[in-house]
Design a protein around this ligand. Structure first.
Ligand SMILES: [Zn+2]
Length: 390
């Protein structure tokens, strides 16, 4: 579907779309249903604790939800016992980042014990204008041991009006003594479908024309991080002259989109130089080796699943119509052992490209693997030939 909406130039997107469309109420939070359920129940039963640990991959909404919780606690006109009204003085102050009772600390840049000591004396003071004083410490795993120890003292006996929300991408690096004082709420990476839908909602509100395939490709490349997806969407918009097109997405990712990778797989096992040339061309246009290898791994995994289990898997995977056609047409061309071998091959390459394997070496290895596949086809073809002749 292509939206027939009025064209709007990329220059009109002056405020970052991510900031503009940060969820303002719990019902707008994308892809974190369980987290929202837990917090909604706690708010409705007035059983919010004094310390939470929000963990999960980057860009999945931890800080946004922390601010929402702060807003819900200090809102003077709460809806349904959990949704902030977004109109009262407290809600407005928190949204604009001006509330004196909501303190955000970046653990990565305030990892010294001095900052935490300062925080300790601050914690004891009553809130200025609201019921709760909320401290949001982002990237909390970056704090030094001394800072953790100072924080622990505060967490052991928090004043009744204080809530700590610690956010981290690496909960295992937070000392057990700290973790055990917190209610741990794990966030998930956001599903491709949820990201694509959120991008579509934003595009519609901004009157930006879009192609569904383009939004899905951005969602795929964002790897579950909505923040990254929205930022990629803004870049696509700039490249696409105000439209979210597949052509612009292709330019942004320098090739290596799933359409490119599908075409590449379709060229394998034919004894042709195309796989090598296509790979060289993709890297020449600036495709990231890591994204290419990870993308191929997922395609081979899905191909294997479709080859083995057929339609039920096809229906269960979150695929676009184009992808369904690809898997349906491509899977009969492969034997299960070949697909397993390709999955294993690409999975072994993932750590290597992360460590900086050169793209020309990568395309060489890929071409060698293709030759191997092509050669392994021949004896069996010859064998079938003799069998048929006999
Ligand atoms: Zn309010």
């Amino acid at each position: 579907m292509e939206a027939s909406l009025s064209l709007k130039g990329a220059n009109d997107v002056s405020v970052s779309l991510y900031r503009k469309y940060r969820p303002q109420v719990f019902d707008d939070v994308a892809g974190q249903g369980i987290v929202v359920d837990v917090l909604r129940t706690a708010l409705q039963r007035k059983r919010v604790g004094h310390a939470y640990l929000f963990s999960g991959p980057r860009g999945c909404g931890k800080t946004s939800v922390a601010r929402l919780l702060a807003k819900a606690l200090n809102c003077t006109d709460l809806r349904d016992g959990y949704e902030p009204c977004c109109q009262c003085d407290n809600c407005r102050a928190i949204t604009s980042g001006e509330s004196l009772d909501v303190v955000e600390i970046d653990g990565a840049s305030n990892n010294g014990v001095e900052e935490i000591r300062e925080l300790k004396s601050h914690v004891a003071l009553s809130p200025f204008a609201s019921q709760w004083k909320i401290y949001i410490i982002d990237e909390v795993h970056m704090l030094s041991i001394a800072a953790f120890n100072a924080l622990l003292k505060t967490l052991e006996e928090p004043p009744s009006f204080v809530l700590f929300i610690l956010a981290t991408t690496e909960p295992q690096k937070v000392p057990v003594t700290i973790r055990s004082r917190c209610q741990h709420i794990p966030f998930r990476r956001i599903e491709l479908e949820d990201i694509a839908r959120t991008l579509g909602t934003i595009a519609a509100k901004e009157n930006i024309p879009w192609e569904d395939e383009a939004l899905r490709e951005i969602a795929r490349q964002s790897d579950g991080a909505l923040r990254d997806a929205i930022s990629m969407m803004e870049q696509t918009l700039a490249l696409g002259g105000g439209e979210l097109t597949m052509t612009a997405v292709d330019r942004l990712f320098g090739g290596g989109t799933s359409a490119d990778l599908e075409e590449w797989i379709g060229a394998l096992k034919k004894g042709s130089p195309r796989p090598l040339l296509m790979m060289e061309e993709m890297f020449g246009r600036g495709a990231s080796p890591q994204r290419v290898v990870e993308g191929l791994f997922l395609l081979f995994r899905n191909l294997l699943a479709v080859r083995r289990w057929g339609k039920p898997v096809l229906d269960a995977l979150a695929l676009s119509e184009g992808e369904k056609v690809f898997f349906t047409e491509e899977s009969p061309r492969w034997r299960e052992e070949e697909l397993s071998a390709m999955m294993l091959f690409t999975s072994k390459l993932i750590p290597q490209v992360r460590l900086g394997l050169r793209s020309d070496v990568l395309s060489g290895l890929m071409a060698a693997k293709d030759s191997e596949l092509t050669l392994s086809e021949r004896p069996s073809a010859a064998h079938e030939g003799t069998a048929a002749a006999a």
